[in-house]
Design a protein around this ligand. Structure first.
Ligand SMILES: [Zn+2]
Length: 370
């Protein structure tokens, strides 16, 4: 059953002029990827000083350039980005593998380098993925194997929510993009932050890197939807396309919540209520959610004391879920406004613990047929 209608949604309206006050999933009508804080007020909105920022997922008109998406996908930048433009344009270059490779074939592709290997960002659809069947190609497999070798052909997409420069570019992230079921929503949002200013985008990014490392250690191929925390976007439709185009075995979107009620704490795992890819895929998403919930609980994390039902919550309004054709969950790891959660969410040890719990759940899901 659904949790109570959060009071925070009313508070969010009351304080809408302030940025970053309400987390992405707190409100029952909120979208973790599109309904967070109003873009920063004019006093803190940074005017882009560098080249035009291109954001994956924006169509040509929205991006203001005729080659935004293709340029983003084809540009490879190996050095740290100095501008939001370059960071958002950094693309991944790992070629796809054939889906026909026999499972017994010895693969000689070098294993990915933890934290630094760039994921393969596939050709993006500029339209709702509800009309696009899953791709028949996947990213290269890793040669790493666990004891049973069962993970070697699995592909997991990790989506660290938001991006570090989203708040400086409201003109970009408020562009409207396909959000599934014929709807349009903002390209992206800023995310929330702790009361001390530790941003959700950074938490998402760091936790995602730790999760990536743990999954790769199991031989799983990991693809990230962004490759830094100093860029803008990509848009929600582009993020969803990464999982769809790579025929991902599992998609995990990582977020942190921003409920203003100090007493609200704990994680919850969300799945799509409207089943964009049909009942069978929805059941897989639910299994993935349950396994991740159990993995987090098994590692000592606590389900939300306010939202969801024992850590699980079906939502009909989340773009990232409504656009996905693959087993997909969106996680709210904790309430960044709560001291109970802010501590672990901003510490390396806490982030590692979250990542370990998620990884345990993902592996359990994949071992059992994901
Ligand atoms: Zn978020």
């Amino acid at each position: 059953m659904r949790a109570r209608k959060p009071v925070v949604s009313l508070l969010a309206v009351a304080v809408a002029v302030l940025p970053l006050l309400v987390g992405c999933g707190a409100a029952s009508t909120a979208d973790p990827t599109s309904a967070t804080a109003t873009p920063a007020p004019s006093s803190v909105v940074a005017v882009p000083t560098g080249p035009t920022v291109t954001v994956p997922g924006l169509d040509e008109t929205a991006a203001g350039t005729s080659s935004a998406s293709s340029a983003t996908r084809s540009t490879t930048v190996s050095s740290p980005a100095k501008t939001t433009a370059t960071s958002s344009e950094r693309a991944t270059t790992v070629p796809p593998k054939s889906s026909t490779v026999d499972v017994t074939t010895t693969v000689t592709v070098p294993p990915p380098t933890p934290s630094t290997s760039k994921a393969a960002e596939p050709p993006a659809t500029q339209h709702s993925t509800t009309s696009q069947p899953p791709s028949t190609t996947k990213a290269p497999v890793s040669t790493k194997q666990n004891s049973g070798g069962t993970m070697t052909r699995k592909v997991v997409v990790i989506d660290p929510g938001h991006n570090g420069q989203n708040n400086a570019h409201p003109e970009i992230i408020t562009q409207q993009v396909p959000a599934g079921f014929g709807e349009m929503k903002d390209c992206n949002t800023t995310g929330t932050e702790t009361r001390d200013g530790y941003t959700e985008s950074l938490f998402n990014w760091k936790t995602a890197l730790l999760l990536k490392e743990k999954l790769e250690a199991k031989g799983i191929t990991v693809i990230m939807t962004r490759d830094s925390n100093d860029g803008v976007g990509p848009c929600v439709n582009e993020r969803a396309a990464v999982g769809n185009d790579n025929n991902a075995d599992a998609v995990v979107s990582i977020h942190g919540d921003g409920d203003l009620h100090e007493s609200v704490h704990g994680f919850y795992v969300m799945t799509a209520e409207r089943a964009p890819a049909g009942a069978a895929m929805a059941a897989e998403s639910h299994r993935l959610a349950t396994d991740i919930r159990d993995g987090l609980v098994g590692d000592g994390s606590t389900p939300s004391n306010s939202l969801g039902d024992n850590g699980l919550w079906q939502r009909s309004d989340l773009s990232g879920l409504n656009l996905s054709m693959r087993p997909t969950v969106m996680l709210e790891m904790g309430n960044m406004k709560s001291a109970t959660d802010a501590g672990p969410m901003t510490s390396a040890a806490g982030q590692d613990k979250y990542a370990a719990g998620i990884a345990a759940g993902v592996v359990a899901f994949l071992v059992n047929g994901g």
